[in-house]
Ligand binder design. Structure first.
Ligand SMILES: Nc1nc2c(ncn2[C@@H]2O[C@H](COP(=O)(O)OP(=O)(O)O)[C@@H](O)[C@H]2O)c(=O)[nH]1
Ligand SMILES: [Mg+2]
Length: 273
């Protein structure tokens, strides 16, 4: 987070993380389509011919809230293994994470591997998923199966972070994922920086301003279920070990230890390159 008090400007960095081809760039494209045209910043994507993100994508969203200028800077990471150092750099100074998992049964191990890779890369940046507002989006719901649906239900029941299903190519679930994350992010920075009492920036007002930037936005109360007891409002969570992304041996050959080690080794290799 950057807070420029002189210019009364707040900048938040939101990173879409996940395995290659899970739909991160598609999320940004779909979101761009839902931003009121007069408010649209420049969506910068850099794909190779086969849909692979080469570096990263960015989409800014700038609006006023109270007497503050707010900049939300959205980034995606490139998913391919060889781009780990880029992923790590993109995570620098992240304020919030949308983890885009792939619902395809064949991708469950990938999801887990990239979750662990994210945990590792956050750590290298002095960040931790437990302390960062985050949501999980299960994209490509149209390609999921019963086992994916079970995994989603189980993750929801654990109540560690908001969980969304999406079909980003059709724009479904994209705005919901984004708004929920922005809401959690505001809550978190408000806890730390007391924005409501210090600069009169209130959570509802903030979210309303974000909604105003969007065409036909859902209501926030329809997106976020009431927080259950023990729900950490996105600040908690320990999803890597929960088995939900295909971890602890359930759905993944080799068990969690092997995947975690593989993910960590990945990180080390690319980091050292
Ligand atoms: N069937 C289906 N395809 C999708 C969905 N979302 C994205 N895709 C496709 O998956 C491919 C990879 O998407 P992309 O956004 O480039 O993935 P990224 O690597 O995570 O940025 C593209 O061909 C998209 O059109 C979805 O919800 N369902
Ligand atoms: Mg991409």
């Amino acid at each position: 987070m950057q807070f420029n008090t002189a210019q009364r400007e707040l900048t938040l960095k939101i990173v879409y993380y996940g395995p290659g081809l899970s739909g991160k760039t598609t999320n940004l494209r779909a979101l761009y389509q839902r931003i009121v045209p007069s408010l649209r910043g420049h969506l910068m994507t850099l794909d190779t011919a086969d849909d692979r993100t080469l570096f990263f994508d960015t989409l800014p969203l700038v609006f006023r809230s109270g007497n503050l200028k707010v900049k939300l800077k959205l980034f995606t990471v490139p998913g391919q293994v060889m781009h780990n150092s880029t992923r790590r750099i993109v995570l620098q100074g992240a304020d919030a994470i949308a983890f885009v998992a792939d619902s395809q049964p064949a991708k469950r191990q990938e999801n887990y591997k990239y979750w662990m890779n994210m945990v590792e890369n956050l750590k290298m940046n002095g960040l931790s998923i437990e302390a960062l507002p985050h949501v999980v989006q299960w994209n490509k719901k149209d390609l999921g199966d019963g086992a994916t649906a079970d995994a989603v239900a189980k993750m929801r029941a654990e109540n560690k972070q908001p969980v969304f299903e999406a079909v980003a190519v059709r724009g479904e679930g994209v705005v919901e994922t984004f708004l929920a994350l922005v809401d959690l992010t505001f809550e978190q920075i408000d806890r730390t920086y007391l924005l409501s009492s210090k600069v009169g920036l209130d959570r509802n007002l903030f979210i309303e301003e974000v909604r105003r930037c969007l065409v036909d936005p859902p209501r926030i109360q329809d997106i976020l279920p009431p927080r259950g007891p023990g729900g950490q409002g996105g600040a908690g969570g320990n999803l890597g070990g929960s088995g939900i992304l295909g971890g602890p041996g359930e759905t993944m050959p080799g068990g969690s230890g092997a995947a975690a080690a593989a993910a960590a080794a990945d990180g080390k290799m690319a980091g050292g390159a």
